[in-house]
Design a protein around this ligand. Sequence first.
Ligand code: NAD
Ligand code: IPM
Ligand code: MN
Length: 379
Amino acid sequence: MAAEAALAIIGVIPGDGVGPEVVQQGLAVLREVAGIDNLKVDLVEFDLGGERYLKSGEVLPDHALDDLRKCDAIYLGAVGHPGVAPGILEKGILLRIRFAFHQYINLRPVKLFPGIETPIKGKGPEQIDMVVVRENNEDLYVGAGGFTYKGTPEEVAIQTSINTRAGVERCLRYAFELARSRAKNRVFPGLTDADRARGWTGQVTMVAKTNVLTFAHDLWMRAFTEVSLDFPEIKPDYNHVDACCMRMVVAPERYDVIATTNMFGDIITDLGAVLQGGMGLAASGNLNPDRTAPSMFEPVHGSAPDIAGQGIANPIAAILSLSMLLDHVGAPRGAEVVRKAVARVLAAGTPRTPDVGGQSTTAEVGRAVLHALEDIAHN
Ligand code: NAD
Ligand code: IPM
Ligand code: MN
């Protein structure tokens, strides 16, 4: 007898620019894959973004936030509109949801798929397989600060980085748990024989700037040292953020799990996206690990106004974000099949959008993933 289908309510925010173009492909994949894990999906679309703001002045009305809260997960394309001042939509929609729903982990895998070329000479899929755990509810993103004498020569602008012991600790703990679970399925190549002899099987690298931010990142370091004691089989490692940028390029194989602050995590994950073949391939999840509110899944990239409306945005980042969503709502088989289908399409070399060296459209790549899915599911 077949197990009864679980029901998941997915809130969908297509958003701006290429957002709706890539989300459309992700939803086609979702419809196809729901059967595999016996998941009944109820989609609830939210019209939020630049167009709505320009028409009505509304960014994210409270009732929309209440309705989003009722969903099991949220799937977002991107926000950001050339006709709207920077920050209005980004803070008003994206950051508001991340904070209101306590999505305190921003999980950003950096994984190079076979068949995709990295610009880093001599490196391949074996060397590029890490996950960035970006703290997602604190730091400069809190919006603490203000102006005095705005618009005058005496102007002062202050924007404060907020770091709480509890907020830092839960992020670091998540990173160590993740390193522990990764070690079960994978031999991390960044460990030496001596490391293995000590019993280490995985690694968490904390990335911060302890040499300058001697208050905030001193707190981070003390929390890191304490949390690491609960994970004796995970090597605690530390890099300053500037050195991390260098090392991600010259020796990406030295990273397993990176735990970092909100601001640094934003920056190094665009670099990470490049390592894995570009913005069109990088996926993310904004997680509320306590499940007190929905988590939100979105590509790392933005609304890409330079290519919006041309039908050439790469949908893979959005499709891989959807696979993270499936894992989160308890559909791991579906998630795995989506990743396999993506891997097959990327390994085939075609179809491909222009950002990864092809000439195909968003829809052609989406269709190829669908065909691969059908094939994998029925064989
Ligand atoms: P972006 O990520 O939108 O674009 C950077 C570059 O990557 C562009 O050249 C773009 O064409 C390319 N690119 C991005 N996604 C692609 C895809 N799927 N396929 C192929 N190429 C792709 O970053 P930006 O230009 O700095 O920002 C544009 C707008 O998006 C801004 O308003 C910004 O605030 C917003 N933004 C939103 C999010 C989000 O919603 N999560 C993330 C980043 C930026
Ligand atoms: C990202 C984006 C956002 C961030 C912006 C749009 C608020 O760059 O998701 O990486 O800085 O977190
Ligand atoms: Mn970013």
